[in-house]
Design a protein around this ligand. Structure first.
Ligand SMILES: *[C@@H]1O[C@H](CO)[C@@H](O)[C@H](O)[C@H]1NC(C)=O
Ligand SMILES: *[C@@H]1O[C@H](CO)[C@@H](O)[C@H](O)[C@H]1NC(C)=O
Ligand SMILES: *[C@@H]1O[C@H](CO)[C@@H](O)[C@H](O)[C@H]1NC(C)=O
Length: 563
């Protein structure tokens, strides 16, 4: 069984959430949910009875846990309990290496012989994988990630099993993660002390509740190298003080992939709040392509067949589990998962953040290779200073709806001409065909519907495609279709109006992976119309060809390829 993480929560909230979903389907999720949170912060209500407030419990060699006022919030975290007994949660560490890639070895800090006898090699890097709510280490994804890690490098991969504490009671499970965090922190400190493991070589990868567990462990280990949070759980963590959740102080590098941040009212179970040094928001981090219920006939079917609970689980898991898939894919994949730092996803899509300079925080690599992001490469400033600068920033990228998820990013800029015959603006759809020696790719330049285009302006858009054209684009074909909407009189274009699109040039840029010493890292091709005029006149449902040697030159030939 895989990742039913949020099942119980979904179970208890699915009805309410579906009602909310139905009522607000048209509303912007972000607006509504930030409104709710914003308002809740202003209500300073004293919770009359706080169970366990200021209680303290100790767990032998592990140390103690307390519940202070700071663990409570009327809306974000109304309940707190203590973890279940250690023997019930039964946290176990299972080691895999290249010598035992599929047969795990149990290692215990309390029993040095178990470590001595195992294949654990303190000189190699150590990765921990932590599952989330109602999940177990038997989930397929844990095995897939483990296999990819071992394939990538000769290292110790330790799977943390806390299935005894990831029970279907969310409040209890969140409390249990604190004890699992103590166990993990203790284990790591033990291998540092007794086996001279370098804390910088330790990397914890946690999904959902497992991401916050990694944070609790990291707070106990001085100099811990890295934590990767895969869609950290939102309920009980978002908007809470940093000691309650994963935060940048928990490791030297904390990188986070957000894939399900719509907000709990919309069945989004991941945090939208940045909580690391490098926070990645693929496809805006709220909903993932291929996970949309309205486009998946499967869900209504499931609803009829298996009921509400099953339907909400299918719905919830898809976005929430995508962070795992992206990370696992990034380990040995050759596509770089380049992401750009930007104010918003809209800014990113309109090409306002298409830069990637080594040593600056303008771009970063999402996933396994985040620690070799171009922004961390410059030698002049220490990586930790650069990482502090990145805190709170958001990195955006676009991915595919299915494997291969990793896409290359292209910025396409259309420079429109403004001849006297042109309308001030036209609206419609544009499709492009990009030719390079590496191949031909098709792109929809208006993926979110018809676009209003003002003649004389330049429009940029960032589009993604799995293929890498290597930047060497020789020819672009544009197809234009005017959109006449009978319900919108302004768009009607009959005898008295001109539905042609006039395009002066097309520029296509693709990011090259910047390395040390390279300044900018862009492949750029500017293409112009193969035409007697210095622009292409594209009729409705027509086509125009732009070529790389067409610019800065007037053509005398009669080979006007316009149709
Ligand atoms: C609660 O625990 C934290 C972390 O161990 C500690 O810093 C703090 O002093 C404790 N507070 C109380 C009131 O015991
Ligand atoms: C086993 O561990 C103990 C204590 O950590 C250490 O002293 C001993 O050398 C180890 N034995 C082997 C065979 O590595
Ligand atoms: C290993 O760790 C245990 C417990 O932390 C400690 O008692 C023991 O002395 C350590 N052994 C060595 C060889 O460092």
């Amino acid at each position: 069984m895989c990742c039913w993480e949020t099942r119980a929560f979904a179970l208890r909230h699915s009805l309410a959430a579906f009602v909310v979903l139905l009522f607000f389907k048209k509303a912007d999720a972000g607006i509504l949910d930030s409104l709710v949170w914003a308002r809740s912060d202003k209500i300073d209500v004293t919770i009359p009875w706080l169970p366990f407030e200021n209680e303290n419990r100790c767990y032998d060699e592990l140390g103690c846990l307390n519940i202070t006022r700071s663990w409570y919030h009327l809306i974000h975290r109304p309940f707190n309990v203590f973890p279940l007994p250690r023997s019930v949660i039964n946290t176990r560490f299972i080691l895999y290496t290249r010598l035992n890639p599929t047969e795990g070895q149990l290692v215990r800090a309390q029993d040095d012989k178990s470590i001595n006898r195992s294949n654990f090699d303190p000189k190699k890097k150590t990765k921990f994988i932590i599952h989330g709510f109602i999940d177990t280490p038997l989930s397929n994804w844990v095995g897939d990630m483990r296999d990819e890690l071992i394939k990538a490098d000769d290292m110790n991969v330790i799977v943390v099993d806390w299935a005894g504490g990831s029970l279907p009671l969310y409040t209890q499970a969140t409390a249990n993660t604190r004890l699992v965090g103590l166990e993990l922190g203790y284990f790591i400190n033990h291998i540092i002390k007794n086996y001279t493991v370098d804390p910088a070589d330790v990397h914890i990868i946690g999904h959902s509740l497992g991401a916050h567990t990694a944070g609790y462990a990291g707070a106990l280990v001085k100099g811990l190298g890295r934590i990767t949070g895969l869609d950290p759980a939102e309920p009980y963590f978002q908007n809470m003080p940093s000691h309650v959740r994963l935060d940048p102080s928990d490791a030297e590098l904390v990188d986070v992939i957000h894939t399900d941040g719509k907000g709990i009212f919309f069945l989004g179970y991941g945090m939208s709040q940045p909580c690391g040094h490098l926070d990645f928001y693929p496809n805006n981090g709220k909903e993932q392509p291929g996970c949309d219920i309205t486009q998946t006939p499967l869900v209504p079917l499931t609803l009829i067949r298996d009921g509400l609970e099953e339907a909400s689980r299918v719905l919830v898991a898809c976005n929430h589990v995508r962070a795992i898939k992206l990370f696992t894919d990034s380990i040995n994949g050759r596509c770089p998962y380049l992401a750009h730092q930007c104010k918003s996803y809209q800014h990113f899509l309109t090409g306002k953040c298409f830069t990637c300079k080594p040593g600056s925080q303008s771009c970063a690599l999402m996933g396994y290779h985040a620690d070799s992001s171009p922004g961390l490469l410059d030698n002049e400033v220490s990586p930790s200073t650069k990482l502090q600068d990145a805190v709170g920033n958001k990195y955006f990228t676009s991915t595919g709806r299915e494997y291969p998820y990793c896409h290359r990013l292209y910025r396409v800029s259309l420079e429109l001409a403004k001849p006297p015959t042109a309308e001030i603006w036209v609206q419609g759809f544009i499709k492009a065909k990009l030719h390079s020696p590496q191949g031909v790719i098709h792109m929809d330049l208006t993926p979110s519907g018809d676009m209003k285009l003002e003649h004389g302006s330049t429009y940029s858009m960032v589009l993604s495609h799995p293929a890498d054209l290597g930047g060497n684009i020789k020819k672009v074909e544009l197809n234009w279709e005017y959109d006449m909407n009978v319900l919108e009189p302004r768009t009607l274009c009959l005898f008295w109006c001109n539905d042609h699109l006039y395009v002066k040039s097309v520029a296509v840029e693709e990011m090259e992976m910047p390395g040390r010493g390279k300044r900018d890292a862009k492949f750029s091709s500017k293409l112009c119309a193969r035409s007697k005029r210095d622009y292409a006149d594209i009729a409705n449902r027509g086509r125009a060809v732009f070529v790389s040697d067409g610019c800065c030159r007037q053509y005398n030939t009669s080979s006007d390829k316009l149709s």
